[in-house]
Design a protein around this ligand. Structure first.
Ligand code: ARG
Length: 465
């Protein structure tokens, strides 16, 4: 086939085909509508690849210069929004390569030497995810710092701690908030750890088996800031486990924020009235004038569903694929992009929203007073006076029953009534029945005592500084 007849074909791979691809199939298989988001990284990868080809003497330095100039112009066109994306050219890679060849001729056609779209796309996705991971890590830190700001104001604000959504024991609000700081700490660790596995270079794997050109993969890795190369070509082009990990870390992060949201929704409802979420994060009802709806936390809870869904999509995408590359992998991009977009905007809005929360300390305290939250403290008091814990538990259960019948709290029972349940109860009991006494007594690392919360806050500040 002459050079001319090659140039007439619209697809760069169409030489062996006898009829053009059906229009419907083109639409079905094209990915350019969504993978154009990879353009900047595709160009970065191509520049590094071309420079390596030049350094190894595989293409001439003149070709490298032409490719550099051409790709930089294309990048500027894309950034200016003047680049014309063509569905006919299938994906981001072929669109950019065609434009390059239109601009610089044969040098553009040499760019793909020793490379395949298979290692190219895997490289692009890794570069994209590396940037997304860094943005998410910064977003987590910003949210952590917003949690700290709120927690620092509530080191000794008392609220009921719940189990089974029933008042269990008093805790400090600062301590409660710091539970989410811990969850986010692990989320950040997961993203940082996953980033290590994202940050390996697939280029050089070519279609699946490597290439016969004398390439230098380490050089490309270094240029692109990768920590090393993928060490098996078949694995490099086919597995997307790094993307699954990223989505799993995202699903967990969203799940944590979804739990937090559930609490904000409950606490801001008039039944609890523990907090108020600033108006700018809420909406009204079109029919019920009294309503102020916590839309933002509700949407965070809702969007967690779609991120969890993306995780299942990617796992399912991978599970049936034989080695090496299969077109199935093209389906990794939309779930990944949407996952990163959702996580990033959620982190940002969450940090802002927490800065707009006001706390009703009196309501929190009243709720802690109402649910026999210091019953465990009374049992512990009896144990310290020599009673076995199980007996103390039973004695306090009877005391609670008595208080329920009287319609009052344990602390409201007169000493002689309390003494009916154990003769070891003395007047010093009232100090352990107070909310302040209860929280202050849990004074060990991980406990809710204000002194401990202060130390936890200090450690946290240091961690994110
Ligand atoms: N658009 C493709 C993808 O996202 C690029 C790789 C195509 N490779 C191929 N052999 N058809 O996976």
């Amino acid at each position: 086939m002459s050079e001319n007849s090659l140039n007439k074909k619209s697809e760069s791979w169409s030489g062996r085909f006898n009829e053009p691809v059906a229009e419907l199939v083109k639409r079905y298989t094209a990915s350019v509508d969504f993978d154009k988001r990879l353009a900047e990284f595709d160009i970065q990868g191509s520049l590094a690849h071309a420079q390596m080809l030049g350094a190894q003497g595989i293409i001439s330095q003149a070709d490298v210069s032409a490719i550099e100039t051409g790709l930089n112009e294309i990048l500027a066109e894309i950034q200016a929004g003047s680049f014309e994306w063509l569905l006919d050219l299938e994906d981001v890679h072929l669109n950019i390569e065609k434009r390059l060849t239109d601009k610089i001729g044969d040098a553009g056609k040499r760019l793909h030497t020793g490379r395949s779209r298979n290692d190219q796309v895997a490289t692009d996705v890794r570069l994209w995810l590396r940037t997304a991971s860094d943005a998410i890590l910064a977003g987590i830190k910003n949210l952590q710092s917003s949690i700290l700001e709120l927690a620092e104001q509530h080191v000794d604000t008392i609220m009921p701690g719940f189990t089974h959504l029933q008042v269990a024991q008093p805790v400090t609000f600062g301590h409660h908030l710091m539970a989410y700081f811990e969850m986010l700490k692990r989320d950040a660790e997961r993203f940082a750890d996953c980033r290590k596995r994202i940050n390996k270079l697939p280029l050089g794997a070519a279609a699946l088996a490597g290439t016969s050109y004398p390439i230098n993969r380490e050089l490309v890795a270094k240029t692109l800031g990768f920590d090393g190369v993928c060490e098996n070509s078949l694995d490099a082009v086919s597995d997307r486990d790094f993307a699954i990990e990223f989505t799993a870390a995202s699903a967990l992060l969203m799940t944590h924020l979804s739990r937090f949201s559930e609490e904000l929704i409950l606490w801001s409802s008039p039944r609890f009235a523990f907090i108020d979420i600033a108006d700018r994060f809420c909406t009204g009802s079109s029919i019920m004038p009294q309503k102020k709806n916590p839309d933002v936390p509700e949407l965070v809870r809702g969007k967690t569903g779609r991120v969890n869904g993306h995780l299942v999509s990617l796992l399912t995408l991978m599970k049936g694929q034989p080695l090496a590359y299969n077109k199935d992998n093209q389906e990794d991009k939309e779930p990944l992009f949407d996952t990163a977009d959702t996580v990033l905007i959620t982190l940002e809005i969450y940090a802002d929203m927490l800065r707009g929360i006001s706390v009703n300390k009196a309501n929190m305290r009243q709720a802690a007073l109402e649910g026999f939250a210091t019953a465990t403290d009374l049992a512990d008091y009896l144990v310290k006076k020599g009673m076995p814990f199980r007996d103390a538990h039973e004695a306090v259960a009877l005391a609670v029953k008595h208080a329920v019948n009287k319609g009052c709290d344990l602390a409201d029972l007169p000493l002689n009534e309390l003494q009916q349940f154990s003769s070891s109860i003395a007047s010093d009991v009232f100090s352990v029945l107070t909310l302040e006494g209860s929280v202050a007594s849990r004074d060990h690392i991980g406990g809710t005592a204000p002194a401990q919360v202060k130390q936890a806050l200090q450690r946290a500040r240091q961690l994110i500084s």
